[in-house]
Design a protein around this ligand. Structure first.
Ligand code: PEP
Ligand code: MG
Length: 552
């Protein structure tokens, strides 16, 4: 057997196939003095930047879904006025359009890389746009994804959205990249489309075309030229996973039959039909603020009621958890708080902002109670960003007073997790928002690329807090849901159930994989995984310990 390369696996799939590498990028344009006038070079640059933007946008439209959004963002990069000005300045100093475009994009790229994390991972997008513009200037084909007749494992430095949008998924067995981390586009695409992927693999670019490899996302291993036994074991596991995924239909449950209802996170009623089709057993988080992000004034009771009725009608007899407007930091709502704050994540946000504008909160609860009365869904309401027992009492009392029968709180702040027993003495349920809980536990702004590596819900400190809420749920007999991104990570979902979560809510595209993973383990196993994760020293160790215990 050949070498084993290592990287970060996305999901738990496994695939066997032959390597096909992305074509190498275009060579760097030479730094020659232009023979044309600066105006003529600027016109060439302008035309090619516009053409690249138009082509990228067209691809986005053809691809649809999340690819459309990322490609749209890329098209904007080619139209960025600061960047275009920088190209002009470089042309004025005597450079060719090709060289000026190359340098201007490279300078912007370096800036993003120096910011690290999420921003650093967007650097690949800029490289891709730059290459496309330079190719257009030269009149050559843009570098792109290979499209052979046979299935293959695509090996690349990293994939840009323009590449991922064009992948023929019926032929791509797996993705292996040398760069990129768990939040890169390759990783996002792999999760969304359930493609086997290992990212950040050192040595990946030395893999020669047609080499056979085994790509194991569960372990992050890429085995080069596998022997017969390794190959056969990998194929057997791939077949098992495929069978498990298609067998796992119906309500979410562990292998021993313990039910774990699988719910959807939605931001508008538009996603309801898709969620139902993907098997959502209800809604675990309806983010009402998404309906009003562009509003300058508070929505009226009638406006809100119409939206809620539309959502509730899609889930007759099912549980629908509606969150009161969650304003602040990543979700600004000017009608709730437009003050400039030094630290908006620690500011007047969530329930604090609602309380400071109680008439708006009352209108929302009234609209929801009226929608509830006119439909057959089982409506639950919860408050965002609750940090004290007193706030819990305030919200639940008001919600009940206004006619809502099931009132709970989100646990997103460590103080609420630590006092979960007292919070659940009053609230009907708790729903853990792991995105914010991780942000506050690790003291790392979830929007800041430079600290993105801290935003990992596998961190044992976060899991310990989840465990506190789980324990309180068991003693009080009240439900504890999870509605942050953590619930969409199949193996972490099992750990969360082991820690006491009774329902999981996620974006609908994640439901199938989480359902299949839950069906593999019993509650005892889930609890054992939870103990393993809790005794780790870091997120990386926790993930590795549970992955290895869960791998047959
Ligand atoms: C969370 O914080 O985990 C959560 C679900 O809420 P949001 O992502 O909308 O802040
Ligand atoms: Mg939150």
């Amino acid at each position: 057997m050949g070498d084993v390369l290592h990287g970060t696996g996305i999901g738990r799939g496994i695939a066997v196939g032959t390597v096909l590498r992305m074509p190498e990028p275009l060579p760097e344009p030479a730094d020659d003095t232009s023979a044309l006038t600066p105006d003529a070079e600027k016109e060439r640059a302008r035309a090619s930047l516009a053409a690249a933007a138009a082509i990228i946008r067209l691809r986005g439209e053809r691809a649809g879904g999340s690819a459309k959004e990322v490609l749209e963002a890329q098209a904007f990069m080619a139209e960025d006025p600061t960047l275009i000005d920088d190209v002009g300045v470089r042309i004025d100093s005597g450079k060719t359009a090709e060289r000026a475009v190359y340098e201007a994009f490279a300078a912007f790229r370096d800036l993003l890389v120096s910011m690290g994390g999420y921003m650093g991972e967007r650097a690949t997008d800029l490289d891709d746009v730059s290459q496309r513009v330079v190719a257009h200037l030269r009149g050559v084909a843009a570098p792109g994804v290979p499209d052979p007749e046979h299935p293959f494992v695509l090996v690349a430095r990293d994939l840009a959205p323009a590449d991922t949008a064009l992948l023929d998924l019926s032929k791509v067995l797996a993705l292996v990249t040398s760069d990129g981390g768990p939040t890169s586009h390759t990783a996002i695409l792999a999760r969304e489309k359930s493609i086997v992927a290992v990212v950040g693999v050192t040595g990946a670019l030395e893999l020669a075309d047609s080499t056979e490899i085994v790509v194991d996302a569960a372990t992050g291993d890429v085995t080069v030229a596998p022997d017969e036994a390794t190959r056969a074991a990998a194929l057997a596991r791939a077949a098992e996973l495929k069978a498990a995924r298609s067998a796992a239909t119906g309500p979410g449950a562990l292998a021993d039959g313990t039910p774990v209802p699988l719910l959807a996170n939605l931001g508008s009623a538009d996603g309801a039909a898709d969620a139902v089709e993907k098997g959502a057993e209800g809604v675990g988080l309806f983010r009402t603020e998404f309906l009003f992000l562009d509003s300058a004034t508070a929505p009226t009771v009638e406006e809100q009621k119409a939206q809620y009725v539309r959502l509730l009608q899609a889930f007759p007899g099912k549980k629908v958890v509606v969150r009161a407007l969650d304003a602040g930091a990543d979700k600004p709502l000017s009608f709730l708080n437009d003050a400039a704050e030094e630290n908006p994540a620690l500011g007047l946000r969530g329930l604090r902002a609602l309380r400071a504008n109680e008439p708006i909160l009352r209108d929302q609860l009234r609209a929801l109670a009226e929608a509830d009365a006119e439909t057959d869904a089982d409506v639950w309401v919860m408050a965002p960003m609750v940090s004290t027992v007193e706030e819990t009492r305030y919200f639940t009392a008001l919600a009940r007073q206004l006619g809502l029968k099931t009132a709970g709180v989100m646990v997103e702040v460590p103080s609420s997790a630590l006092l979960a027993d007292r919070i659940l003495a009053d609230a009907d349920f708790a729903s853990i928002g792991t995105n914010d809980l991780t942000q506050y536990t690790l003291a790392a702004d979830r929007l800041l690329g430079s600290v993105a590596s801290f935003q990992d819900p596998w961190h044992p400190a976060v899991l310990k807090l989840v465990g506190e809420v789980g324990k309180a749920g068991r003693t009080t007999g009240k439900p504890v849901g999870i509605c942050g991104e953590a619930a969409a990570d199949p193996l972490l979902a099992v750990v969360l159930v082991g820690l006491g979560a009774t329902t999981l809510s996620m974006s609908p595209s994640a439901l199938a994989d989480v359902r299949a993973e839950l069906a593999r383990f019993t509650l005892d196993e889930a609890r054992r995984f939870a103990d393993l994760a809790l005794s780790a020293n870091s997120a990386v160790e926790a993930r590795a310990a549970v992955t290895s215990a869960a791998t047959p």
